[in-house]
Design a protein around this ligand. Structure first.
Ligand code: BG6
Length: 795
């Protein structure tokens, strides 16, 4: 019966549509006219979700007394973009409840109501404003409101908001709603700035900051679920019962096609700061007495934000899929030297400083190019029952509640409560219990071990939120306070990770357990060490030696790798060979040694086995020195002295500490300490070419005392220079790249697990001495050999 009524209504509506405004809207019962403008109307998001969402709104509201017009706005001229827009519009699909005939009619109507407009200059917006008003006048319509959906990069928001404010405000009494897509800023200060800029053109109640996760049916049911089931949950929703909370968004896709966005944001800003954080607050906030009281919900959310413990880099493990860098180079037209530190994966542990949750980890994790597409929040409860009859006992199975957002094995949104917890109450008639299941498991439990609740009708989150915007329901959107609280929580972590190497992962199933991470107290670390990417085209060696020592190529130079002790033996042996050859050929061996902790084991080895080494004919030089008196413990010379020089028999005249202290002051340019050292080198070392320079490499890629960002070429032809270190003591004296690259052999010693990520990262960066001074080591005619122990190479 209703179908007949519908068809009749529709026919009537269709006949009355001129440019598309329905007759009902013109009549006495008209609720007014709504103009919808999607700025960025032919962009990806609009194509994928927005037009579909607005079509859904239209089908939902067309008979409610409102009339509509839709505009897709963009920078392209009309003739170019109009066909594109209509291609998109033709693709919208009707809700299942519409018959085929009605669907065809409503779609046709919708298409007639839509048009493309170029929206670039102020004049374009002025023309749009005039057009909207004129249309209302011509059709005799009362205006209900104007809805602008800004689906454009955030940098354009302030400008567009200003143009809307100046040219497109609705007539008196009608509302203006401007929808802003995330990202709202990049960190706390940019979010504050954006807020202020937008505040100059729009009132807070006119801004709808969208986070589409809040439109997901399962996410929007978290609070109602907690409320409806509070008789079960009140007792167990705390640190005594909850083992941990996991909020997970795993994706299989890469970031191709949107690198210019992704490169600026990375996974934490893209989905963790917003989507996953919102879920976290909904799960942990105190239940408001009235769930639809927006103010109370916000107040409780803010309480959680202010109780979050500050994060630092120890709280996160980050990764980057291996092909990402090449995608950046290609999409952003970067050179082969460019490399990116943007994380595409992150696992983060958060703690909440509230008596209720103290010590209870909340894990937020997300990544691109992972093995499966799945999104969920899981509350895993502690289990204090020891089951003797383990397999048959329901008590020993995991006790958990899973909010499954709609991907993964289940394929539909659901709230799952393991049967060993309690039977949940249905929240309302929009949800139902599923009792017939496919044979699947969800997070370690067969589906039959859960009570499963799912929405009776599945709805897409954008469609849902568009409806809320239309209804002026601000509770599903991000308020300014909420936004700033979230950024002030995430910004310190983002800053501390800014120069951290993400672990590289191959992507998909090949990731194996590379990205598993473990929680050690307040620290997050990868559970397994990653395999390093080394170009091993010349792996070789023979007999016993090849068993212990591996030779290969690293950054297209020679590499020797072994267990730490063997490596030191090998390096000491190579030094001795170099020394003997040099002494045989020219009577002297000029050796330049670095500071730092890596060479200590070598110094000790040389000290213990000094009898056969030609120390008598060896000159020891410093690669670099800290500007402290040589007697201080953090002087490189003091370390060298204590661990090596005092144990070997060599002439005092052959020891060449750097003159960092002159005229009773440290590293003062006019004292010309650097020049003095340089002149010693020039006089004593044949062609200023050391026989052997031993280097280390720091976490930031520095070598000697040449740090990232320092003007390495500023020292021109000098061999020795004063430099600045980011760490204390800041002032340093160092051999320059020129002096090092003149050497006959340069060895770079890298030891210890903590250098593993660095070794991995360095294996793929191109030569870029400004960012990675170590990559400036390219001996002009000598040989470079990397000595990397297995801990650093393989983890
Ligand atoms: C978006 C992110 O906000 O959320 C994307 O920009 C991400 O990178 C997407 O893929 C995930 O949303 P959903 O709804 O597909 O889980």
């Amino acid at each position: 019966m209703w179908k007949v009524v519908w068809a009749a209504l529709l026919l009537l509506a269709t006949v009355c549509v001129q440019r598309g405004y329905t007759k009902e809207a013109k009549g006495a019962q008209s609720l007014g006219h709504v103009s919808v403008v999607i700025v960025g109307g032919t962009g990806d998001l609009a194509k994928k979700y927005l037009w579909q969402g607005f079509f859904h709104l239209y089908t939902n509201q067309v008979s409610s007394g409102y009339s509509f017009s839709f505009y897709g706005g963009g920078l392209s001229p009309n003739d170019k973009a109009t066909p594109i827009l209509f291609e998109v519009l033709k693709g919208v699909v009707c809700p299942r409840e519409l018959s085929v005939e009605r669907c065809a009619l409503v779609k046709e109507q919708f298409l007639r109501l839509a048009e493309y407009r170029q929206l670039n200059t102020s004049e374009d917006y002025q023309a749009l404003g005039k057009h909207l008003t004129e249309q209302l006048r011509q059709e005799g319509l009362v205006e209900a409101g104007r809805l602008f959906y800004l689906s454009v990069p955030a940098f354009a928001y302030a400008d567009i908001a200003e143009k809307i404010n100046n040219n497109c405000r609705p007539t008196d009494g009608a509302w203006l709603r401007v929808v802003l897509e995330k990202p709202f800023g990049h960190d706390l200060s940019s979010a504050q700035l954006l807020s202020t800029q937008l505040g100059a053109s729009l009132k807070d109640n006119e801004m709808y900051r969208i986070d589409h996760y809040l439109g997901k049916q399962v996410v929007s049911k978290i609070l109602p679920f907690r409320r409806e089931n509070s008789k079960h949950l009140d007792l167990i929703w705390n640190k005594h019962h909850i083992e941990r909370v996991e909020i997970v968004l795993k994706e299989t896709l890469d970031a191709k096609g949107r690198i210019s966005f992704y490169e600026q944001y990375g996974v934490i800003r893209d989905v963790i700061q917003n989507h996953l954080t919102e879920v976290m607050t909904l799960l942990t906030m105190e239940l408001p007495s009235n769930l639809s009281n927006t103010k109370e919900v916000l107040k409780n959310k803010l309480k959680i934000f202010s109780a979050l413990q500050r994060l630092d880099r120890n709280c996160a493990a980050i990764g980057q899929y291996q092909a990402y860098n090449a995608e950046v180079q290609e999409e952003l037209s970067k050179t082969r030297e460019h490399f990116s530190l943007t994380p595409t994966f992150a696992g983060i542990m958060v703690h909440i400083d509230l008596a209720q949750y103290e010590g209870m980890p909340v894990i937020l994790t997300s990544g691109k190019m992972l093995d499966e597409r799945v999104g969920y929040a899981r509350i895993l409860f502690k289990n204090d029952i020891f089951c003797i009859q383990s397999h048959s006992s329901v008590h020993c199975k995991p006790k958990q509640i899973v909010f499954s957002f709609g991907h993964g094995t289940l394929q539909y949104p659901a709230i799952l409560v393991s049967k060993n917890l309690f039977k949940p109450d249905l929240m309302d008639t929009e949800w139902k219990e599923v009792t017939e299941h496919k044979d699947v498991s969800v997070l370690g439990l067969p589906i039959s071990d859960y009570y499963v609740l799912t929405p009776t009708v599945e709805r897409e989150s954008y469609a849902e939120l568009i409806l809320h915007i239309f209804q002026g329901r601000k509770d599903s959107f991000i308020s300014a306070e909420n936004l700033l609280a979230s950024w002030s929580f995430w910004t310190p972590l983002l800053q501390s990770l800014a120069d951290t190497f993400p672990r590289l992962y191959p992507g998909g199933a090949d990731n194996g357990n590379m990205l598993d991470f473990k929680l050690l107290g307040r620290k997050v670390t990868f559970a397994n060490e990653a395999l390093v990417m080394v170009t091993q085209d010349h792996m070789g060696g023979s007999g016993r030696e090849s068993f212990q020592v591996m030779q290969g190529k690293y950054r297209s130079a020679d590499m020797v790798s072994a267990w730490p002790e063997e490596l030191i033996v090998r390096l000491a042996g190579d030094l001795q060979v170099a020394a003997e050859n040099a002494v045989r050929e020219g009577g002297r061996f000029h050796l330049a040694l670095s500071g730092g902790s890596s060479p200590l084991a070598l110094f000790q080895r040389l000290a213990r086995h000094h009898y056969s080494f030609p120390w008598r004919d060896t000159h020891v030089w410093m690669v670099d020195e800290r500007c402290v008196p040589l007697t201080e413990l953090d002087s490189n010379f003091r370390t060298l002295h204590d661990h090596l020089l005092q144990h070997v028999k060599m002439s005092y005249f052959n020891i060449h500490p750097m003159p960092v202290q002159m005229n009773q002051r440290l590293c003062v340019e006019e004292d010309s300490g650097a020049l003095l050292y340089e002149s010693d080198i020039t006089q004593l070392v044949n062609a200023s070419s050391f026989h052997f320079v031993l280097l280390g490499v720091g976490y930031d890629g520095h070598t000697a005392s040449l740090f990232p960002g320092s003007k390495l070429d500023a020292s021109g032809n000098s061999l020795v220079a004063f430099t600045e270190s980011p760490a204390k003591p800041h002032q340093r004296m160092s051999l320059t790249l020129k002096a090092i690259n003149q050497a006959q052999k340069v060895g770079v010693l890298v030891m210890g697990k903590s250098k593993h990520e660095l070794v991995t990262q360095l294996s793929r960066v191109k030569d870029n001495p400004k960012h990675w001074p170590i990559t400036g080591i390219r001996p002009t005619s000598g040989r470079l050999v990397w000595y990397i122990d297995y801990d650093a190479l393989l983890g």
